[in-house]
Write a protein that binds this ligand. Structure first.
Ligand SMILES: Cc1ncc(COP(=O)(O)O)c(C=O)c1O
Length: 350
């Protein structure tokens, strides 16, 4: 605390990111990165940008990337927004679309950045409990609200809400924005982007950090009605007009264009997930049904914090949340087959 701070800074409760350790030998299964590298075509496209042109600002509108996303999803470019990671896209959505008289609704167990953005932008929130099976109950959201947001699949549970349930949600709240945060959708769900032409109140965000293995590049997207996109553009152009650099625009566009590599690596992660689920179940864990690149698991007799510490001692890091209802769960990212085996081997001894 310092006398130089603006008064509101002292009350901020910032997000705490998962650990990014400096040691490289660790089996790092704590922040849901992709164990396979980005598309070689994306890497080549980024390398081609490393030249004298870096003295020039990038395209403030990232038109090349918006076109690649529009082509990929069969939408118009004015339905696409891009930002510096989906965290930034989400921040602009909170700022530009969720500050109303009624509270923003989101699940009690979901992405822990949502309450942080509420604090940052002074947005009233109401957390809606997941049911006993850790599923979203659509009926619980049919109440006055200034917006609804949830990850699909949910994080950190990994559970998927089917598209027909999302349609019911949209129909129940036609006067507020429903934001579906699809950070993990490519590992087992159907994107709600298919619904954006039908529902002007739907905004879908995605990230290139997971299924396209570009967490280090920081690129996220939003797709929705042009009016929603315009709100995000207005915020962006009042904050930072060049959020994506030249490498990011080129690399992200090439990643969307390389469908074959994307599909192959997603399938590898999905196949490995099923191996990890079976392995964990074999060790007595209960594993929630996951459509993501991580699993959420608890052991009936073993304390989750103790397990996380024991894993860490042997070089495997997973994520443990000290939060009510989920304090006995571990969130484990899916790694390479070797990393997954190392995880199961260490757990067997704990
Ligand atoms: C549900 C969810 N949304 C958004 C993000 C942010 O992703 P990024 O800022 O890397 O695009 C994450 C990252 O872990 C996430 O879990």
């Amino acid at each position: 605390m310092s006398k130089f701070w603006s008064p509101f800074v002292k009350d901020l409760v910032p997000y705490v990111p998962g650990e990014q350790p400096k040691l490289s030998k660790l089996v790092k299964l704590n922040t849901n990165e992709n164990p396979y590298g980005p598309s070689p075509k994306a890497i080549a496209a980024m390398q081609a940008e490393v030249n004298d042109n870096l003295r020039l600002y990038p395209d403030p509108n990232s038109d090349r990337l918006k076109q690649a996303v529009a082509d990929y999803y069969g939408v118009q470019t004015n339905q696409v927004f891009v930002g510096n990671g989906s965290d930034e896209v989400l921040a602009h959505a909170f700022h530009g679309l969720f500050k109303h008289d009624a509270p923003l609704l989101f699940p009690d167990i979901s992405y822990s950045f949502y309450p942080v953005y509420c604090g940052l932008y002074g947005i009233e929130q109401q957390q809606v409990p997941l049911d006993e099976q850790f599923q979203i109950r659509v009926e619980d959201y049919a109440r006055p609200n200034g917006g609804i947001i949830f990850p699909n699949p949910n994080a950190p549970t990994g559970c998927l809400l089917p598209l027909e349930a999302i349609e019911r949600l949209l129909q129940n709240s036609p006067d507020s924005v429903v934001l579906v945060d699809e950070a993990y959708i490519d590992f087992g769900g159907q994107t709600a982007i298919a619904l954006v032409d039908k529902y002007p109140n739907l905004l879908v965000t995605q990230t290139l950090s997971k299924s396209r293995s570009l967490a280090g590049l920081r690129v996220g997207i939003a797709v929705g009605h042009p009016d929603l996109i315009e709100a995000l553009e207005r915020i962006k152009n009042s904050f930072n007009s060049y959020p994506l650099d030249r490498m990011a625009i080129a690399g992200a566009a090439a990643a969307f264009e390389d469908r074959a590599y994307f599909e192959k690596t997603c399938q590898q992660v999905i196949d490995s997930r099923e191996v990890v689920v079976a392995g964990l179940q074999g060790l007595g864990f209960e594993v929630l049904p996951s459509a993501a690149n991580f699993v959420f698991a608890r052991h009936p007799d073993k304390d989750a914090a103790t397990l996380a510490a024991g894993l860490r001692e042997q070089g495997v890091i997973v994520r443990h949340f000290k939060q009510q209802r989920i304090a006995q769960f571990l969130r484990i990212s899916i790694g390479t087959p070797e990393q997954n085996q190392a995880l199961l081997d260490v757990l067997r001894g704990l």
